[in-house]
Design a protein around this ligand. Structure first.
Ligand code: ADP
Ligand code: MG
Length: 324
């Protein structure tokens, strides 16, 4: 009898909902981008998904440092010589990046790439001590001169290079969500690798988002119900190799030019993806104590950190909401 009632309720729900979930996935920005939305009309929903994926492609073409034709690669070649005019979007992203550099006393620094460019995680290559020593002094966000009103940027250190890998995906997710919302979509989730942002809920309940277990493939360390929130996770398992027992991964401590130690993953919740993205990388570098301090200082920001022993640490507001 119970099952019959259930079946009936489900049938009513789907018959009265007038729509369907649409989902698409693609490799963009060196990661898996996915868009999932509830659409009353399949053709309309599909059109918005195509728009969103095209937007990711456009931003990738602009901000990919490894593509010599990108605007970012051009800046890396030319901005040492003179104040170089660039796109409003790169200016906006760099401005936000510098904001987090200031807030974190340089733990987040897009000029990490001065040294970061010498790592190749796929090939298992890291810079030797000499190269590291030469270029680590070129990691310095103070040497990135941004003129917002003129839309120019200049690098004041001769070897300085920038990479927006710690913030660009978040910016792209926000752009995607803006497109969805202006098209009237009320329930959706957009993800780019470890960055996700959720609009609305699943009708009668929140969406459950899992934070990956940093050491057990396919398992979650935590699951949290989320509505209208961005979440970003930075982990030492995304891009790495191990040599002589040392884990070389893609999040660098700007002070040393070496992979930041202390955490296995850092997740940040906030309203916008650009902030969650930059902050997850930032907190990963800062570690448990300084990372939680920063998260607790910022209104609307929560964090879940997993330390080197696999222990979970929560920011103040999450602790309060999970304590019975
Ligand atoms: P992903 O989703 O690619 O794992 P994360 O948000 O974890 O992204 O950020 C990692 C990326 O951030 C690196 O691949 C690199 O491009 C960039 N990055 C690494 N270290 C720093 C740093 N100290 N400050 C700013 N960006 C960084
Ligand atoms: Mg990030």
């Amino acid at each position: 009898m119970k099952w019959a009632v259930w079946g009936c309720a489900l049938w009513l729900a789907s018959a009265s909902a007038h729509g369907e979930w649409l989902r698409e996935e693609r490799e963009i920005m060196g990661t898996r981008v996915s868009v999932e939305l509830w659409s009353p009309q399949r053709a309309d929903g599909q059109r918005v998904i195509d728009q969103v994926l095209a937007e990711f492609q456009r931003l990738d073409q602009m901000m990919n440092p490894w593509d010599e034709h990108s605007e970012l690669a051009r800046l890396n070649r030319e901005a040492h010589l003179t104040a170089t005019r660039t796109t409003p979007e790169i200016v906006a992203v760099i401005e936000r990046a510098l904001h987090y550099s200031e807030l974190s006393d340089g733990a987040f620094d897009i000029s990490f790439a001065t040294v970061g460019q010498h790592y190749d995680y796929r090939e298992g290559r890291a810079p030797d001590a000499q190269l590291l020593q030469r270029d680590v002094e070129g990691i310095d966000y103070h040497a990135i001169a941004l003129n917002v009103s003129e839309r120019t940027i200049q690098f004041l250190h001769p070897r300085l290079q920038i990479d927006l890998g710690g913030i660009a995906k978040g910016y792209a997710v926000d752009r995607a969500i803006a497109l969805l919302v202006s098209a009237g979509v009320e329930s959706a989730v957009v993800s780019a690798g470890g960055d996700s942002r959720i609009v609305g809920d699943l009708g009668d309940r929140p969406r459950i988002i899992g934070i990956r277990h940093p050491r057990r493939e396919g398992e979650y360390a935590v699951r949290i119900p989320l509505v209208d929130t961005a979440i970003s996770t930075s982990g030492d398992y995304e891009r790495f190799f191990i040599a002589d027992g040392v884990r070389y991964h893609h999040i660098l401590d700007p002070q040393t030019g070496r992979s930041a130690a202390g955490l296995q993953s850092a997740s940040v919740l906030s309203e916008r993806s650009i902030d969650a993205d930059a902050l997850s990388t930032t907190l990963f570098v800062l570690g448990v104590s300084r990372g939680l301090d920063l998260a607790n200082r910022l209104p609307g920001v929560d964090a879940i950190l997993i330390d080197a022993h696999g222990k979970l640490h929560y920011s103040q507001e999450l602790l309060l909401s999970t304590t019975p």
